[in-house]
Design a protein around this ligand. Structure first.
Ligand SMILES: Nc1nc(=O)c2c([nH]1)NC[C@@H]1CN(c3ccc(C(=O)N[C@@H](CCC(=O)O)C(=O)O)cc3)C=[N+]21
Length: 301
């Protein structure tokens, strides 16, 4: 068997097209959604993300507000900027790039963002809403993963899902979303006993551990849907001295020979994260103005 490769890049492009259509409709009413992104310091992953995000925000017709601060920025200064963005009517969404430098308490910053502008879905209010099934902002990466799973299988009720990783930004909200789809969910992590055996039970396997190619082909149940959240930069000697490449948390070729569907890295979950950020910004703009959220998540027809 050879798996369907889930084209996250194409799905994300379609989602952005539907968002752009909705945004152009709002523009005729004088409404332009705005997204503020704050980057403190020079984390390389965050830099890639910011570059792609700024371009895509403008491509869908939204306003992009970039704030790049030095790595030495104090917590008080960052909290001051967040307060300004909370009060700015042109800003619908606020994203503060993580990780933050050591002198800044990231949790304090997350909790300072107005939950109505928390398009990352990291504020405890939004995390709590997800847990209790109340509409709010859902973290972009797990939301993107769910949309990709649903692109190959609509009905998930009763399926066994295993999420490897328990972070607040991916693993935990991913598990909540899958519970919301009536899956039977196991959250596995570094202390899980016999991880390969746990993974082999999964009809849906989500790998979000940040260890290059850790999940092997023989960890995968034949016919499973495999979602690879990892973005790991590793040496690529085949391409020449000092060259690197990006790989996921799943050994792709091995897994693809067992799974029914699998996301590649790059071109899988990553592009969906940014598309879902724009989607959440549209949602923020709608909720803040009492407008109905257009149905952008699903392809029409
Ligand atoms: N508050 C906050 N929210 C985030 O969502 C957040 C963050 N901080 N900090 C950094 C990480 C990283 N992240 C990525 C999103 C998309 C790609 C992406 O589009 N990747 C492409 C290219 C990958 C490559 O070639 O390097 C792909 O997977 O195809 C990558 C990384 C969001 N993050």
């Amino acid at each position: 068997m050879s798996a369907t490769i889930i084209d996250g890049k194409a799905y994300a492009a379609g989602l952005r097209t539907r968002i752009a259509e909705a945004v152009s409709g709002f523009a005729r009413q004088g409404v332009v959604p705005g997204l503020a992104v704050v980057l403190v310091g020079e984390d390389p992953a965050s830099q890639i993300y910011v570059r792609n995000k700024a371009r895509q925000t403008m491509e869908v017709g939204m306003s992009s507000f970039e704030h790049v601060l030095p790595a030495s920025t104090s917590e008080a200064a960052l909290l001051g900027l967040v307060a300004k963005l909370n009060a700015d009517p042109a800003v619908d969404g606020i994203l503060v790039q993580l990780p933050l430098p050591k002198q800044i308490d990231a949790q304090k910053v997350i909790e300072a963002i107005d939950p109505a502008k928390d398009v990352d879905g990291f504020h405890p209010i939004n995390a709590g809403k997800l847990m209790t099934g109340v509409p709010g902002f859902v973290s972009c990466t797990p939301l993107g993963c769910l949309l990709l799973v649903q692109s190959v299988r609509r009905e998930l009720a009763g399926l066994d899902a295993v999420v490897v990783g328990r972070s607040n930004i991916v693993g935990k909200p991913m598990a909540q979303l899958l519970v919301g789809q009536s899956c039977t969910v196991t959250v596995a992590h570094s202390r899980t006993r016999d991880l390969p055996e746990v993974c082999r039970r999964a009809d849906i396997l989500v790998a979000a551990v940040g260890r290059p190619e850790m999940v092997r082909g023989d960890w995968i149940k034949p016919g499973a849907i495999v979602i690879d959240v990892g973005i790991n930069r590793v040496p690529n000697p085949a391409a020449g001295e000092g060259k690197t490449k990006v790989v996921g948390d799943v050994a792709f070729a091995e897994a693809a020979s067992v799974a029914s569907a699998i996301t590649p890295v790059p071109g899988g979950v990553g592009p969906m994260t940014i598309a879902c950020l724009l989607r959440n910004t549209l949602q923020a703009a709608c909720v803040r103005r009492g407008l109905e959220m257009p149905p952008v998540d699903m392809a029409r027809g």
